[in-house]
Design a protein around this ligand. Structure first.
Ligand SMILES: *[C@@H]1O[C@H](CO)[C@@H](O)[C@H](O)[C@H]1NC(C)=O
Ligand SMILES: *[C@@H]1O[C@H](CO)[C@@H](O)[C@H](O)[C@H]1NC(C)=O
Ligand SMILES: *[C@@H]1O[C@H](CO)[C@@H](O)[C@H](O)[C@H]1NC(C)=O
Ligand SMILES: *[C@@H]1O[C@H](CO)[C@@H](O)[C@H](O)[C@H]1NC(C)=O
Ligand SMILES: *[C@@H]1O[C@H](CO)[C@@H](O)[C@H](O)[C@H]1NC(C)=O
Ligand SMILES: *[C@@H]1O[C@H](CO)[C@@H](O)[C@H](O)[C@H]1NC(C)=O
Ligand SMILES: *[C@@H]1O[C@H](CO)[C@@H](O)[C@H](O)[C@H]1NC(C)=O
Ligand SMILES: *[C@@H]1O[C@H](CO)[C@@H](O)[C@H](O)[C@H]1NC(C)=O
Ligand SMILES: *[C@@H]1O[C@H](CO)[C@@H](O)[C@H](O)[C@H]1NC(C)=O
Ligand SMILES: *[C@@H]1O[C@H](CO)[C@@H](O)[C@H](O)[C@H]1NC(C)=O
Ligand SMILES: *[C@@H]1O[C@H](CO)[C@@H](O)[C@H](O)[C@H]1NC(C)=O
Ligand SMILES: CC(=O)N[C@H]1CO[C@H](CO)[C@@H](O)[C@@H]1O
Length: 758
C-alpha cells in the first residue's frame, strides 16, 4: 500500500468523520458484531466507542479491548468468529450465561494474548476446538457445565502456562491424551495445578505417563458417576479430579510420584486391580476418594498418609480384611467411609478417639464382636453407621449421644430392636446464616431480607465444593470462615456487597458439597450490570481464597432479573450517519465516504486472508477517529420467516434481479412499503463481521443518489439486506452485483486511485 494513499485516506477520514473514538477500529467493529449477535447486552452498550464510553464488562488498554467480563448478564446467542478480531484480548469471561450456545469457534485460537478464558455454566456444545492449544498465554481455562462432546484436544498439552484446567460436567468422551513425541498431551502440563475432568464420559485407562515427579498437581480426582476427575490447581492446593467417568484399568503407581497432591478423586469409575502401595507416598493428600470402582486386593495400606481428612473407599471388592489399625493414626481424619468393602473382625475402638472425627460409615460389611466406642470421643463425632454387619453387643459410656446406626446387626435382633440405635439414623445437620443481631424483615416484591435485615434483591447461586474435608454439614465455624473470606475478597475488590448468606448445605450424588449463596447489594436494592459481572468474575476465576477445609469449588449462578440499571432509557445519540449526512453534500463525497468504508473492509478481508501480523488499521491513529463504526441505527432486523412472508415465499414471480451474490426479490412490508430484498445464496455468505460492517456502512449513508437500507436478516444460513424499493432505479444493477459494493467500488476506485495490489 502506497503511503500516499494512507495519507489521503487519513485526511479524508478526518474530514468526514467529525468524531473522536477511543476504540481501535477493528475492535469496535468486532464488539458491535458480537453485540448484534447477543440479546441482553448491558444497557450502556448503545454507542459505537466501547472504550470511550466505558461499556459495562469491557476493559481497554491503549484503545484496544483487553477484557470482556460478562458473567451472568443473561446473554443469549453464540460466540462467532468475530471474537477473533480482538487481537489484544487477555480475559474473556462469559460464565453463567446459559443462553450462550452453539459451538466454540475454532478462531478463538487466534486470541494469542488470551490469559483467562471462562465459559462456565454456558450451553456451548460440539468439540472443544483443537486451536485452543494455540493460546500459549492461557493460565486459566474453565469450561465446566457446558455440553461439550468429543475428546479432550491433545493440543491442550501445549498450554504450558496453564495453572487451572476445568472441564467438569460436560459430555467429553475418549481417552486422556498423553504425548508421544509427535502429538502433545496432558502429561506435558507439569505446571498445571488443577486438573478437573469430573462428570464426563472419559474412558480408557489412566495413563501412567500422565503423572511424573515434575508435576505440581494438587488434586487428582475421578469420583462420581461419570467416570473421571483429575484436578490439580488452585491458588490453594493441587488437585486432580477424575471422578465420575468411565475410566478402566488400574490406578497407575506413578500417581505416587506427584508428591504435591492434596486431593485425589478417582471415585465413580470402573477402575480395577490393586491400589498401588506407592499411593502412601502422597503424604500431603487430605481427601482420597476411591469409592465406587471395582478395586481388588487387600484394603490399601495407607500408612504414612498422615494428612488424610476424608477417606472414602466404599463399594470396592477388596479382599476380606480387618479395619487397618493404621487408619486410627490419621490424626486429622474427619471422615472414614468404607461401606461395602469386605471388612471383618472387630472395629478398633482407638478409631473413635481421633480428635476431629465426625463420621464413620462402615455399613454392609461383616464386622463382628462387641462394638466399643470408647469414652473419649471427639466432640464432633456425629454418626457411626454400622448397619448390616454382624455386631453382637455394644459398649458405650452413658451420656454419649453419638448417633449410632446398628440395624441389620445381631445386636438388634437379640434385643428385639428396641434400642434407639436399631432404627435408621437420620442426621439433620444443616446451616443457614443467622441474622446479624437484628430482626429479619418481611419484604415485598420478591425482595429478601439480608443478614443485616434490609430488603434487597440478592445475586444468588450455588457454590459447589468438590473435595471438602469434612462431613459435618452443620458445623457453623466452617461457614463463618467461608463468609469472612468471601466478604474480605469482595471488599478488597471494591464490590458493592453488603452481606452474604448461606443456606441448605447438602451432598449431591457425586459427593460434592452444594451450598446456596445469596449476595446482598450494599446501599441499594439491587446490583447493576457492572456489579453482577464483577462478582461473577471473582467467583468464576477463583479469585478468593476459600478456607482450606472447603477445597476447590465452582459457582453456578442463577440468572439475575433485578438489574439496577435495567431500564436506562436515556440512549445517547451518537449517530455519525447524521453528522456525515449533514456535512457532506455532493455525491462525489458520498462515494468517498463509502470508499473509505469499503477500503477499510477490503483491507480487513485482505488482512484476514494473508493472516498478516500487522493490522491494516494499525497505522491509522484510532484516537483521531478513522471511522469508529456507528451503531446500526434506524435499520431493522427481520427474521427469515418475516421476510419470507413479505416476499411471498421468495416466489420466482417476485424476483427482480439476479447476480453472483444471489437474488433480489420485491416484497411488501405490513405497512405497505415496497422493498427490495437482496438474499445471499449459499456460498456467497459472508462472515458475520463483514456482513455487519456492510450494514453499518449502508445504514449511515443517506443520500438522494443512494437507496436507503431498511433492514436486514441474519440468521443461520441466511443473509439478506432489505432496501427501499425504487422502480427502475439504476441502483437495481448495483443490487444485483457480485457483492454489495461491487458497482460502487469499481467506480470509486478509479476515481481516487486506490490500488489494492500495491
Ligand atoms: C450428556 O448427554 C446426555 C445424553 O446425550 C444428556 O442427557 C446430558 O444432559 C448431557 N450432559 C451434559 C452436561 O451436557
Ligand atoms: C502419536 O499419536 C498420534 C495420535 O494418537 C498418532 O497419529 C501418531 O502416529 C503417534 N506417533 C507416534 C510416534 O507414536
Ligand atoms: C471409549 O469410548 C468411545 C466412544 O465414546 C469408544 O469408541 C471406545 O471404544 C471406548 N474405549 C474404550 C477403551 O472403552
Ligand atoms: C511403586 O512401588 C513399587 C514397589 O513398592 C516400585 O517397584 C515401583 O517402582 C514404584 N513405582 C513408582 C512409579 O514409584
Ligand atoms: C514411594 O514408595 C515406595 C514404596 O511404597 C518407595 O520405595 C519409594 O521410595 C517412595 N518414593 C518416594 C519418593 O518416597
Ligand atoms: C503398611 O505399610 C507400612 C509402611 O510401608 C509397613 O510398615 C506396615 O507393615 C504395613 N502394614 C501392613 C498391614 O502391611
Ligand atoms: C455404595 O453403593 C450403594 C449402592 O449402589 C450406594 O447406594 C451407596 O451410596 C454407595 N456408597 C457410597 C459411599 O458411595
Ligand atoms: C456372624 O458371627 C458369628 C459368630 O459370632 C458367625 O458364626 C457368623 O457366621 C457370622 N455371620 C456372618 C454373616 O459373617
Ligand atoms: C454385652 O456386653 C455387656 C458388657 O460388656 C455384658 O454385660 C453383656 O452381657 C453383653 N451382652 C451380650 C448379649 O453379650
Ligand atoms: C452487614 O453484615 C456484614 C456481615 O454479615 C457486616 O460485615 C457489615 O458491616 C454489615 N453492614 C451493615 C451496613 O451493617
Ligand atoms: C454500578 O454500581 C456501582 C456501585 O454500586 C457504581 O459505582 C457504578 O457507577 C454503577 N454503574 C452504573 C453503570 O450504573
Ligand atoms: C459410575 C458411573 O456413574 N458411570 C457412568 C459413566 O457414564 C455413563 C454414561 O456415559 C453412565 O451410564 C455411567 O453410569
Amino acid at each position: 500500500m502506497a503511503p500516499r494513499i494512507h495519507v489521503f485516506l487519513l485526511v479524508m477520514s478526518l474530514l468526514l468523520f467529525n468524531i473522536t473514538a477511543y476504540t481501535n477500529n477493528v475492535d469496535s467493529v468486532a464488539l458491535l458484531a458480537l453485540k448484534s449477535e447477543w440479546q441482553n447486552t448491558p444497557p450502556n452498550w448503545d454507542g459505537s466507542d466501547p472504550c470511550g464510553e466505558n461499556w459495562v464488562g469491557i476493559g481497554c488498554s491503549n484503545s484496544h479491548v483487553t477484557s470482556i467480563t460478562l458473567s451472568t448478564m443473561g446473554l443469549i446467542g453464540g460466540l462467532s468468529s468475530d471474537i477473533a478480531s480482538l487481537s489484544e484480548l487477555q480475559t474473556l469471561d462469559l460464565s453463567n450465561n446459559a443462553g450462550l450456545s452453539g459451538s466454540l469457534t475454532p478462531s478463538i485460537g487466534s486470541l494469542t494474548k488470551l490469559s483467562i478464558l471462562i465459559l462456565d455454566g454456558c450451553s456451548f456444545s460440539g468439540q472443544i476446538p483443537d486451536t485452543i492449544g494455540s493460546l500459549k498465554e492461557l493460565t486459566y481455562l474453565s469450561m465446566y457445565s457446558n455440553h461439550f462432546t468429543g475428546s479432550i484436544p491433545a493440543s491442550i498439552g501445549n498450554l504450558i502456562n496453564l495453572y487451572w484446567l476445568d472441564v467438569t460436567n460436560n459430555n467429553l468422551t475418549g481417552n486422556i491424551p498423553v504425548s508421544n513425541g509427535t502429538t502433545p498431551g496432558l502429561d506435558l502440563l507439569v505446571g498445571t495445578k488443577h486438573f478437573h475432568f469430573g462428570k464426563n464420559q472419559l474412558n480408557g485407562t489412566i495413563p501412567a505417563q500422565l503423572f511424573s515427579s515434575n508435576m505440581v498437581l494438587i488434586h487428582v480426582g475421578s469420583a462420581v458417576n461419570v467416570n473421571i476427575t483429575f484436578c490439580v490447581v488452585s491458588n490453594i492446593r493441587f488437585c486432580s479430579l477424575f471422578d465420575s467417568n468411565q475410566l478402566t484399568g488400574s490406578i497407575p503407581s506413578t500417581l505416587g510420584l506427584v508428591q504435591t497432591l492434596e486431593v485425589v478423586r478417582l471415585d465413580r469409575n470402573h477402575l480395577n486391580g490393586f491400589v498401588p502401595s506407592n499411593l502412601s507416598n502422597l503424604t500431603s493428600v487430605g481427601e482420597l476418594h476411591l469409592s465406587n470402582n471395582v478395586l481388588t486386593g487387600p484394603v490399601p495400606n495407607l500408612t504414612g498418609m498422615n494428612s488424610l481428612n476424608y477417606l472414602d473407599l466404599s463399594n470396592n471388592t477388596f479382599d476380606k480384611s480387618d479395619v487397618p489399625l493404621s487408619y486410627s493414626t490419621f490424626q486429622s481424619l474427619t471422615t472414614l467411609m468404607m461401606e461395602n468393602t469386605n471388612l471383618q473382625g472387630q472395629v478398633p475402638s482407638s478409631l473413635f478417639s481421633l480428635p476431629g472425627l465426625q463420621t464413620v460409615v462402615l455399613s454392609n460389611n461383616q464386622l463382628d464382636g462387641t462394638l466399643d466406642i470408647g469414652s473419649s470421643n471427639s466432640n464432633q463425632l456425629q454418626l457411626i453407621d454400622l448397619q448390616n454387619n454382624n455386631i453382637t453387643n455394644v459398649t458405650r459410656t452413658p451420656g454419649n449421644d453419638v448417633e449410632l446406626a446398628l440395624n441389620g446387626n445381631p445386636v438388634c435382633t437379640t434385643t428385639g430392636g428396641s434400642e434407639s440405635y436399631c432404627t435408621a439414623a437420620a442426621i439433620n445437620a444443616s446451616y443457614s446464616t443467622p441474622p446479624n443481631n437484628c430482626t429479619p424483615r418481611v419484604c415485598s416484591s420478591n425482595k429478601i431480607s439480608s443478614p443485616n435485615c434490609t430488603c434487597a434483591y440478592p445475586y444468588t447461586g450455588v457454590l459447589i465444593f468438590r473435595a471438602c474435608s469434612f462431613s459435618d454439614l452443620g458445623y457453623s465455624s466452617y461457614y463463618v470462615s467461608l463468609q469472612d473470606s468471601m466478604m474480605k475478597t469482595f471488599k478488597s475488590n471494591y464490590l458493592p456487597v453488603d452481606s452474604i448468606s448461606f443456606s441448605n448445605p447438602w451432598k449431591d450424588s457425586n459427593d460434592y458439597l452444594e451450598l446456596n449463596l445469596e449476595i446482598f447489594p450494599s446501599g441499594q436494592d439491587s446490583f447493576n450490570h457492572t456489579g453482577v459481572s464483577w462478582i461473577g468474575f471473582v467467583l468464576g476465576s477463583q479469585e478468593f481464597i476459600v478456607p482450606d477445609v472447603f477445597g476447590p469449588f465452582f459457582f453456578q449462578a442463577t440468572s439475575y432479573s433485578y438489574f439496577a440499571d435495567a431500564s436506562t432509557g436515556s440512549k445517547k445519540s451518537s449517530n455519525t450517519g447524521i453528522v456525515i449526512g449533514a456535512s457532506v453534500g455532493g455525491s462525489a463525497l458520498v462515494l468517498l465516504v463509502i470508499c473509505v468504508g469499503v477500503y477499510a473492509l477490503h483491507q480487513r478481508r485482505r488482512a484476514e486472508r494473508v493472516n498478516e501480523q500487522s493490522n491494516p488499521f494499525a497505522s491509522w491513529d484510532p484516537n483521531k477517529g478513522a471511522g469508529g463504526v456507528p451503531e446500526i441505527k434506524g435499520v431493522r432486523s427481520f427474521s427469515f420467516q418475516e421476510l419470507k412472508k413479505y416476499a411471498n415465499n421468495f416466489d420466482e414471480a417476485n424476483s427482480i434481479g439476479l447476480g453472483g451474490y444471489g437474488k433480489v426479490y420485491k416484497g411488501t412490508l405490513p405497512n405497505g412499503q415496497l422493498v427490495a430484498i437482496k438474499r445471499a445464496q449459499q456460498g456467497s455468505l459472508q462472515g458475520g463481521l463483514e456482513f455487519k460492517t456492510e450494514i453499518e456502512l449502508l445504514s449511515r449513508v443517506h443520500h438522494k443518489n443512494l437507496v436507503s437500507l431498511v433492514g436486514f436478516c441474519f440468521e443461520q444460513g441466511e443473509q439478506m439486506l432489505v432496501y427501499e424499493y425504487i422502480p427502475n432505479g439504476t441502483v437495481k444493477d448495483c443490487l444485483s452485483g457480485i457483492s454489495l459494493f461491487a458497482c460502487l467500488v469499481g467506480e470509486s476506485r478509479s476515481q481516487i486511485g486506490v490500488d489494492e495490489e500495491a
